[in-house]
Design a protein around this ligand. Structure first.
Ligand code: SF4
Length: 390
């Protein structure tokens, strides 16, 4: 399986997105704490690792951990806001360290919207520059976008602009906003979209990309809002292929291994022909409305075939629909409610005096930013007693 693991290298950031689901914590990583996580992905046969954050390029050892993971045989990617990647010398350093792919996150090509979402002015120009510097350094470049209330009506404008001015971007990733954690949870009313808010612009964006030969994935959007592009749903692809995902959170959650891709369904989903391969509605933040779901009466085999026969994923072994159906039925029959058996957890990061001091300084700085930007600050990670320095 082409499983990808995530390591949150840092949790602080130089932007201040009002819907950040992974804001600053007192935990810190060093090379010594990151290496065992990489080793574990290798032991599990994972295909690659995504180094993320916070803003991962703020960790001075990002190139070193990228080199370590590359030498261990993993495909190494980063998710970044592009601030440091816009520097051609830094982009070359990451490429030399073995980073193969940079996901640059851009929410809107309207500068004022991007600035509002990022909490800082001028961020769009820097992110666009990062697309070019990364490409010039030999990195593959994708664009990631969190769907939210402020960009929901112009997702298609985003891709038209980006494909015209930065044609090296061949792949796009959309994540519908996760309203269950961090600042996103305390600012749901400002940022969480309704599904209907983005349905049309997402469909136009996907059509534009498909017509132009680009590829894309969409996460946390139910199949009834993906039109003819259900095969692009991240959850559906993982359900069909039986893939898992491990995220090493640099906070009290520590390691989360996700093997179940089903979220929440409405009563009407029981009649929907896509139900067995649909992740449903992501509602962990109780911010989305199941009443928006609409049962579909289409052939799910077309979606399954598009996934298992995908020429961009030649490693997937079950390329025959009948063989896949037998294996899928066996997988469902074997499934239990028990959590997957796993090994003893590996500590993710460390709590230190220095980390606690920097975290509290960051909190004070972000409290001022929150007031100036008109957003709420997430609860203090130290306040719930789960973040005591060792
Ligand atoms: S109605 Fe329910 S099962 Fe069907 S596509 Fe929508 S969310 Fe998925």
């Amino acid at each position: 399986m082409a499983n990808l693991g995530y390591i949150q290298v840092v949790r602080h950031c130089n932007h201040f997105c009002g819907f950040c689901s992974n804001p600053a914590t007192p935990y810190v990583h060093e090379l010594a704490t990151m290496r065992p996580l990489v080793d574990d992905f290798v032991r599990r046969g994972y295909y690659g690792v995504i180094l993320t954050g916070g803003e991962p390029t703020l960790h001075p050892d990002l190139p070193a951990i990228a080199r370590y993971a590359t030498d261990a045989g993993l495909h190494v990617r980063i998710i970044t806001n592009g601030t440091r990647l816009a520097d051609p010398a830094y982009a070359r350093a990451l490429a030399a360290a073995g980073v193969r792919l940079a996901h640059v996150s851009i929410y809107s090509v309207r500068p004022a919207v991007e600035a509002r979402l990022r909490g800082h002015d001028g961020t769009l120009a820097t992110a666009l520059a990062a697309l070019d510097s990364a490409h010039a350094a030999g990195l593959e470049v994708n664009v990631n976008c969190v769907i939210n209330r402020h960009n929901a009506d112009h997702l298609d404008q985003n891709v038209r602009y980006l494909t015209r001015h930065h044609p090296q971007v061949r792949h796009f990733v959309w994540n519908n906003l996760d309203p269950s954690m961090g600042r996103a949870e305390v600012n749901q009313a400002q940022f969480t979209p309704r599904l209907a808010d983005f349905e049309l612009s997402l469909e136009r964006a996907l059509r534009h990309l498909h017509k132009g030969g680009r590829t894309f994935r969409v996460e946390k959007v139910p199949l009834c809002y993906l039109g003819g592009f259900g095969w692009a749903s991240t959850e559906t692809r993982k359900i069909v292929k039986g893939e898992e995902r491990i995220v090493h959170f640099l906070d009290a959650k520590q390691t989360v291994r996700q093997t179940d891709w089903a979220h929440v369904y409405a009563d009407g989903c029981a009649a929907c022909t896509l139900r067995p391969i649909c992740g449903g509605l992501f509602d962990r933040g109780a911010a989305y409305d199941p009443a928006e779901l609409a049962p579909q009466f289409v052939d799910p085999d077309a979606i399954v075939r598009a996934i298992i026969e995908d020429p961009d994923d030649p490693a997937y072994p079950l390329r025959d629909l009948a063989a896949w159906k037998r294996a899928f039925a066996a997988r469902l029959a074997a499934a239990t409610d028990a959590a997957p058996a796993d090994d003893a957890p590996i500590p993710v990061g460390r709590l230190t005096e220095g980390g606690a001091r920097r975290y509290q300084a960051k909190r004070r700085h972000e409290a001022r930013l929150a007031e100036a930007r008109g957003v709420a600050q997430e609860p203090d990670a130290d306040a719930d007693g789960d973040a005591e320095p060792a």
